[in-house]
Write a protein that binds this ligand. Structure first.
Ligand code: BES
Ligand code: MN
Ligand code: ZN
Length: 498
């Protein structure tokens, strides 16, 4: 969980300290302030560019040790490519790329946010800083031996910016979102012997109450009283109790209906009696990625004092095989009154969500509900790890999500729903069954969820491909990605605040 980077901001004219990182473009031009800084190193730079055949291709970088004519121990030049084409999301990437160029041995670095002909404003500079935080996060709390030069010690990074006060203001919000993402990553990365449902609930309570989120934790007894028997059925084979955590942030007008976020929180998914194969089962500690996202998002919204009423609900259970476990063929009555035949105990996420979605709708009458769930392996087959699957009964909500996805780089791809798919989960013995057969597995899972949302505008994000086991990127080296916190924060910011 180490993220030992301290960020600060200073005016563009401030004398740099430590590793010096400057920007260039595809013409190898520098901004006016950078030119002044590099004056003595002109010759060294020209020779280095030639030696490396450095052409300023987007996101390429060149590294000079102890450059002649400069005090800096190291000079890194990062190219943004065509500066005029930079999109807001690119500044996050820029922060990640720049942070990746700081050697683990360095304790101090300065990044000069200066480009020829393009002004890097406060919002963009704050995104660069966020990119640095996301990139330098490293979940190492269970490493008892730190390798001297590959593990980072404390690092201070200063960003030299054109508008210091404005950037500090913009970064307050970006930093809150960063805290939310890193909190979500921690939750996903934690092993399931540590992070069981009660521990997840405890951490949510501890962390979120500190920023003014109202928290309610429902334990087994409270869940039984509320009638969430379907959720409890999934947890009944585990010695761990189940939990539902309800998080409320009221930053909007009193009485205004909230937006609602619902997360699948299976702290470990063995498959239950329909047990999974051994290979790769350890990844199922991340089957609470949806709940982690919702919790991180609620933290972010509260910490940046978003002007919105929002409620987050997470369904926390452990899915284990046991003498007390649910069996294939069991029929449960859900909170909605509908009955479900459990064909496969490994299709447990939809069972958990069915009660929580219904509860959210009844209790909060929300403007919309968005659920996030590591729901199906089939979404990995369809979309890989680049896009989350989006299923929705509302075109407007879908478009707003897609736009937020483009802006943040947390992209979603809409998948179909329809009566032809819905009938695949009709059951011989009950109102429905919890699996629809081999074909269209992600869609029939979504159809199942849709039976618990009524007319409420709703979107389901299948994040089995994006939440965990993440391919390394410029802004993430961690197994758990914290996917969705930035997406949904942006959705709220662009559409639902005042
Ligand atoms: N948690 C899994 C889905 C999953 C798979 C998440 C791979 C992340 C990576 C889910 O509970 C599950 O087991 N789904 C089954 C459904 C099937 C039994 C209908 C699946 O995808 O195989
Ligand atoms: Mn499962
Ligand atoms: Zn699962």
């Amino acid at each position: 969980m180490s993220e030992p980077v301290t960020l600060s901001f200073a005016r563009l004219t401030t004398a740099p300290k430590g590793v010096l990182i400057v920007l260039t473009d595809e013409t190898l031009a520098f901004g006016a302030q950078t030119q002044k800084l590099l004056k003595g190193a002109d010759a060294a730079l020209t020779r280095a560019f030639d030696a490396e055949r450095f052409k300023g291709k987007a996101w390429s970088a060149i590294d000079l040790l102890a450059p002649a004519g400069l005090d800096a121990p190291r000079l890194v030049v990062v190219s943004v490519g065509k500066a005029a084409d930079l999109k807001p999301a690119d500044f996050l990437k820029l922060g990640g790329v720049a942070a990746g160029k700081i050697p683990a041995s360095a304790r101090e670095a300065t990044i000069v946010l200066d480009l020829p002909g393009t002004k890097i404003g406060p919002e963009a500079a704050a995104e660069v800083a966020l990119g640095i935080r996301l990139r330098t996060y490293n979940f190492d709390r269970y490493k008892t031996k730190k390798k001297d030069d590959t593990e980072r010690g404390a690092l201070a990074v200063t960003l030299l910016v054109s508008d210091e006060a404005g950037t500090k203001r913009a970064f307050t919000a970006a930093d809150a979102v960063g805290d939310g993402v890193l909190f979500a990553r921690d939750l996903v990365n934690e092993p399931a012997n540590v992070l069981d449902p009660p521990e997840f609930a405890r951490r949510a309570e501890e962390h979120l109450s500190s920023v003014g989120v109202e928290i309610e934790v429902m334990d087994d007894a409270a869940l039984a009283r509320a009638g969430m028997t379907t959720l409890l059925g999934v947890g009944q084979g585990s010695i761990k109790e189940s939990r539902v955590v309800i998080m409320r942030w009221n930053g909007g007008p009193a009485g205004e209906p909230p937006v609602a976020f619902i997360g699948k929180g299976v702290t470990f998914d063995t498959g239950g009696i329909s047990i999974k194969p051994a290979a790769g089962m350890e990844d199922m500690k991340g089957d609470m990625g949806g709940a982690a996202c919702v919790t991180g998002l609620m933290y972010a919204l509260a910490a940046r004092k978003a002007k919105v009423n929002a409620v987050g609900l997470v369904g926390l259970v452990e899915n284990m095989p046991d003498g007390a476990a649910q069996r294939p063929g069991d029929i449960v009555t859900s909170l909605s009154g509908q009955t479900i035949e459990v064909i496969n105990t490994d299709a447990e996420g939809r069972l958990v969500l069915s009660d929580v979605l219904w509860y959210a709708k009844e209790q909060f009458k929300p403007k919309f509900m968005i659920d996030l769930a590591t729901l199906t392996g089939a979404i990995l087959v369809a979309l890989g790890q680049e896009y989350a699957g989006l299923f929705s009964n509302d075109d407007g909500l879908s478009e707003r999500l897609a736009k937020a996805g483009q802006e943040t780089g947390e992209r979603v791809w809409r998948m179909p729903l329809g009566p032809e798919y819905d009938k695949l989960i009709d059951s011989k013995f009950a109102d429905m069954k919890n699996t629809g057969g081999r074909n269209a597995g992600s869609i029939t899972a979504a159809q199942f969820l849709q039976r618990f949302v009524d007319k409420t505008p709703w979107a389901h994000l299948d994040i089995a491909g994006t939440a965990m086991s993440s391919p390394a990127s410029d802004i993430n080296k961690s197994w758990g990605s914290g996917w969705g916190v930035r997406l949904l924060d942006r959705l709220v910011k662009d559409n639902y605040e005042g």
